[in-house]
Ligand binder design. Structure first.
Ligand code: NAI
Ligand code: MG
Length: 429
């Protein structure tokens, strides 16, 4: 905070654990409302100070420098993500292109921002124009599922536009964001421009969302917390960006390339152990291939290597925490109670070394009905619900029957049908 490592005002710390083993990784300063106050004040001072004189080209150079440092440090950043939230190292290492590319993209944005001149019908020399200005202090709250990507996704645009940031990482995975704060300092980000305050959502997060000194809040996480953020932000009517969850339909037609669709549909759910906002968790399969297709998906799922993310062979790691394990296994029990049938996975994995971690094997439910809880709620675990359908209009209507609308997928070789569904499915992606 303010360019320095500091303890929490309260002196408190919290533990962060390796979800593959349950082992303690580190004790981290537990920020709360008092620390958020200090961080917002530091961000405000920085915004009003020298930083406001930085030219677009200066901010571009800074972002390019930060991109270089992230690139050089990627092995450590990937390791921190894997240790702190469990994702396979093959996945976190592969995030390099995206992470570094994102920062270089924002570096380009820093020099591309422009307003407009607008024709008007007033007399004389009066003309109208728009002038883009930085908003001020941005609060950022991120979830655990991709700490590196989520951190850069918040910090990058703020630096590009000349804002300052107070970022609250998820309590489950604070280590990578703290390392990024160090890299920001090394890149020459002025003190107070980027501040990272680890702590719990109900304390530090809530204080940031409600803070009158924060001009904008950028949140990624669950829709329930998103609703709390909207309410908390009302005090000063701060601007909001909300990136929330989903129960996305993934639709497979009988005419699809099934050799591609089987692993595609499976990994649309099992990548990152299902802890992905746009996971294709409602798998609609055309009835005449339903039985064959779901069998193949189940077979593929059983072939995936579940294990400690540090093993380069691991394809599916643990869930992030014991709370998440409880949440996901509760849905597994509920699915069975409501009459869905498990054809792969279905219960916590406890063999050998897995017993100490929070492991759930890739799980495929068949005979799922639209109204079952597992077909309606975001589970955020490796749980796929396979549902048969008969025709295009029917699957569009059922695909759209959800309170979410984040992602969607279509597997077909019929281009006309593909475009029709892309338009008809009410989803952002
Ligand atoms: P969450 O949405 O509560 O947590 C995300 C972030 O918000 C964390 O940094 C947390 O500390 C913060 N937060 C929590 N309560 C807050 C509050 N009152 N004010 C301000 N910030 C607050 O998600 P959580 O509890 O970690 O996971 C619960 C469920 O949410 C998951 O099972 C999953 O279904 C869903 N989720 C979805 C995500 C997505 O990207 N779609 C990401 C994370 C969770
Ligand atoms: Mg939480």
């Amino acid at each position: 905070m303010g360019g320095r490592w500091v303890e929490a005002r309260s002196g408190k710390r919290f533990s962060t654990r390796n979800p593959a083993t349950g082992e303690l990784l580190a004790e981290v300063a537990e920020g709360d409302a008092a620390d958020i106050d200090l961080a917002v004040a530091a961000a405000r001072r920085a915004f009003d100070g020298q930083w406001s004189n930085w030219k677009p080209a200066d901010r571009q150079r800074l972002l390019l420098k930060l991109a270089d440092l992230v690139e050089a440090d990627i092995e450590q950043l990937a390791m921190l993500d894997t240790l702190d939230m469990g994702a396979p190292i093959s996945r976190t290492r592969a995030s390099k292109q995206r992470a570094v590319g994102m920062l270089r993209y924002y570096a380009g944005q820093a020099v591309s921002i422009h307003g407009e001149t607008i024709e008007n019908s007033l007399s004389g020399e009066i003309f109208s124009y728009t002038l883009k200005e930085p908003l001020g202090v941005v609060g950022a709250i991120i979830p655990w599922n991709s700490p590196l990507g989520a951190t850069l996704w918040k910090i990058g645009p703020a630096l590009a536009t000349g804002c300052t940031v107070v970022l609250k990482p998820a309590e489950e995975a604070p280590l990578t964001p703290l390392r990024i704060a160090e890299l920001c300092a090394a890149a020459g980000v002025p003190e107070g421009v980027v501040n990272v305050v680890p702590g719990y959502g109900e304390t530090a997060g809530a204080a940031l969302a409600a803070h009158n000194g924060v001009d904008k809040l950028a949140f990624t996480g669950s829709h329930l917390t998103g609703q709390k953020i909207v309410r908390a932000s009302a005090g000063n009517l701060k601007r909001l960006s909300l990136e929330l969850g989903g129960k996305s339909p993934d639709i497979v037609f009988a005419d699809a390339d099934l050799d591609a669709a089987v692993p595609g549909a499976a990994m649309a759910v099992f990548a990152n152990s299902g802890q992905v906002c746009s996971a294709g968790t409602r798998l609609f399969v055309e009835r005449r291939i339903y039985s064959e297709f779901t069998q193949r998906v189940a077979e593929f799922s059983r072939s995936l290597k579940l294990g400690n993310g540090l093993d380069p062979e691991t394809q599916v790691g643990p869930l992030v925490s014991s709370e998440q394990l409880d949440r996901v296994t509760a849905y597994l029990r509920l699915g069975a109670q409501e009459g869905a049938r498990v054809v792969s996975g279905g219960a916590r994995a406890t063999e050998g070394a897995l017993a100490n971690g929070y492991f759930v094997p890739p799980t495929v439910f068949v005979d799922v009905q639209d109204e079952m809880t597992i077909a309606r709620e975001e589970i955020f675990g490796p749980v796929l619900s396979a549902i048969p359908f008969d025709d295009v209009d029917e699957v569009i209507a059922r695909g759209n029957r959800t309170e979410f609308g984040l992602g969607s997928g279509v597997w077909t070789r019929d281009v006309t049908k593909a475009h029709r569904l892309a338009r008809a499915l009410r989803a952002g992606s």
